[in-house]
Design a protein around this ligand. Structure first.
Ligand code: GLC
Length: 621
């Protein structure tokens, strides 16, 4: 059998099942051959280099789960300049141990404000100021030669109203009108709106926009100029399958499925996390694996803890949808722990998540290009005696610096008086208080928090992803509002340009940038030598008391325990918490020291201490 025939044989059932689930059995006779035809053409066009990469990945299907994975995310122009200039930054990335580079939306967007590139006008063209598709392909080759996989966004919930499909729809072309969700009057929009939340209540209230050209209402979940696509139309599916093949054949290795939760709309619901979303992902993944098995999917679903795990494939979708998903709950709980110097809520919430599918891998991050929304479940809060709404209010107060004792300097994003929600923008330095720290003691404390939060994401077992600038302790960009189109959107405050002055200090450990950089580099180096951090093993909550959180990884090689003190106090906990898991001579690989109890059997943790403990005999050093 040919490779193509083998792959079709392998993935056909996944494809047919999911097509049937979304588009019905009657769609199969036409839709399946259309999809397979497009996939076969893309398979035939795949270059020899990329076919070799496919073979490599097939030989190591758990490549994304390896402990040496470290991610980095940035806007191309803010990080380097053009796509070709990124090559000059490879050295910096390698010093940090980076193996995965997410370059923010780089396909041609609408002119003017475009939501940081998330309003795409042409999926087959690169942003002209960044370069061309040839430059993108060349960059993928350069990165791969240094062991770095290129991650690129695919915006598939909406297109810019300037996209040719939207232009054709507005001009009255019935075929393209059916690519969108449009309505002659407010009847259906009002009925949907009864249960729809608002994503940008501040600058884009509501979920529908009246288009004067078309004389109809258009579904616009995000901005008025981002038109939601009608995924119930199989033509939309075929278009996006082909766009994914196009990106795959340019050398993109991970496709970030932007705002994937919103793809399917259902009356009477919040129109997020609908079952069809997962089935659509399964269709796209089955086809992508036929064309380019090296390519992985990453789900960007910033949803509550109860919905999150489904994005890594549970039930019928186990192992069949996204390989990666953002661990939004971990991110939120990290900030919550630091603000209240307590681990109770985090231990409960993280400890009660359903098990992670063994083939799924979390993207572990302390923050990204977006704001932080306090996705804290009311039931989780109640279980530990907290009021969910009050705690979310506290977190907004803390991270905006409004709370009297808080050193944080975040900005309030999208305050919603109706729900009381206030999301937060800010770099890691702004949120940990590093930005406002003036004396040695407060700088030390803030650096302690910076190191701790990164130790948690590096030690969780997924792929830790650093947002550009955080490795140098970069503060909020004071001039974020000055750039055209940015003034309404303070997320730009935490998307600073890589500062050459800070970069130059990265090896000077007497400076703040140097101290942050050394910390992250250290974590990356240790991580890559620890088989215990292979992502197929989940992190379990082993123990939590006050400011101390202890996680356990039952790795094949032996257990690994991570201990974190989320407070500015020196605290103790009983040594049995560690020895109870079968350790004879526990060793902390972060400080490279034996873990020894005092005469009372207590272990002492300095402020913001982070320990990764393994058995001495397994010490990779
Ligand atoms: C995702 C992006 C965010 C963008 C939205 C709409 O959530 O991360 O920046 O505004 O999708 O595309």
């Amino acid at each position: 059998m040919s490779t193509w025939a083998l792959r079709v044989e392998r993935y056909r059932d996944d494809l047919v099942d999911a097509v049937t689930q979304v588009y019905g059995a009657s769609s199969r006779p036409t839709l399946i051959p259309r999809l397979l035809g497009a996939a076969e053409r893309a398979f035939a066009a795949r270059s020899a280099d990329l076919r070799e990469l496919d073979e490599r990945r097939l030989l190591r299907p758990d490549w994304l789960q390896q402990p040496d994975m470290v991610g980095y995310a940035a806007y191309t122009e803010r990080f380097a300049g053009t796509l070709s200039d990124v090559a000059d930054r490879v050295g910096h990335l390698r010093e940090l141990g980076v193996t995965y580079l997410h370059l923010m939306p780089l396909l041609a967007p609408r002119p003017g404000d475009n939501d940081g590139g998330y309003a795409v006008a042409d999926y087959r063209r690169v942003r002209p100021d960044l370069g061309t598709t040839d430059d993108l392909a060349a960059l993928a080759v350069t990165l791969r030669a240094s062991g770095i996989s290129l991650v690129v966004d695919l915006v598939l919930n909406h297109v810019a109203r300037e996209h040719e499909w939207a232009r054709a729809a507005a001009a009255g072309d019935a075929h393209h009108r059916d690519y969108f969700l449009t309505f002659p009057d407010r009847d259906e929009p009002d009925r949907y709106s009864a249960t729809l939340p608002e994503v940008f209540p501040d600058f884009a209230p509501g979920n529908f926009t009246f288009d004067t050209e078309m004389n109809r209402w258009v579904w616009t979940t995000f901005h008025s100029w981002q038109w939601d696509l009608n995924w119930a139309n199989p033509d939309v599916l075929v278009e996006f399958a082909e766009i994914i093949f196009f990106l795959a054949n340019l050398g993109v290795e991970v496709v970030r499925l932007d705002a994937i939760a919103f793809l399917w709309k259902r009356m009477g619901t919040d129109c997020q996390n609908q079952p069809e979303v997962h089935a659509i992902t399964q269709i796209l993944r089955a086809l992508t694996h036929m064309v380019a098995p090296a390519v992985a999917f990453k789900a960007e679903a910033i949803v509550g803890p109860a919905q999150l795990v489904a994005y890594l494939g549970v039930g019928r979708h186990d192992g069949r949808i996204s390989d990666l998903a953002y661990h939004n709950s971990l991110m939120v709980q990290i900030w919550s722990m630091i603000a209240c110097a307590d681990t109770g809520l985090a231990a409960h919430a993280l400890g009660s998540l359903p098990p992670t599918p063994a083939t799924g891998t979390w993207i572990c991050y302390v923050r990204c290009h977006d704001d932080i929304g306090w996705a804290i479940d009311d039931a989780d809060a109640a279980a530990v005696g907290l009021d969910g709404a009050a705690h979310r209010r506290f977190l907004s107060d803390w991270y905006s610096g409004e709370f009297p004792e808080s050193p944080a300097a975040g900005l309030v994003f999208q305050a919603n008086p109706r729900t009381g929600d206030r999301r937060i923008s800010g770099t890691a330095a702004a949120l940990t208080g590093l930005q406002t720290a003036t004396d040695d003691a407060s700088v030390d404390a803030a650096l302690g928090r910076m190191f701790l939060i990164h130790a948690i994401i590096y030690g969780w077992g997924g792929i830790p992803v650093i947002w550009s600038g955080d490795e140098l302790g970069t503060p909020n960009d004071a001039h974020w509002a000055a750039e055209p189109g940015h003034a309404d959107d303070n997320r730009w405050a935490h998307r600073p340009r890589l500062d050459p002055a800070r970069l130059a200090l990265r090896d000077d450990t007497t400076t703040v940038p140097g101290r942050v950089f050394a910390g992250l580099r250290h974590l990356g180096r240790i991580r890559s030598s620890l088989p215990h951090l292979h992502a197929r093993v989940p992190s379990e909550i082993a123990w939590a008391d006050g400011p101390v959180l202890v996680t356990l990884r039952r790795a094949p090689l032996g257990p690994m325990i991570c201990v974190y003190n989320v407070s500015a106090r020196t605290v103790s906990f009983p040594v049995e918490v560690i020895t109870g898991h079968g350790f004879a001579r526990p060793w902390d690989v972060i400080s490279d020291r034996a873990v020894t109890a005092d005469a009372d059997g207590l272990l002492w943790l300095t402020p913001y201490a982070a320990w990764w403990v393994i058995e001495t005999a397994q010490n990779p050093a």
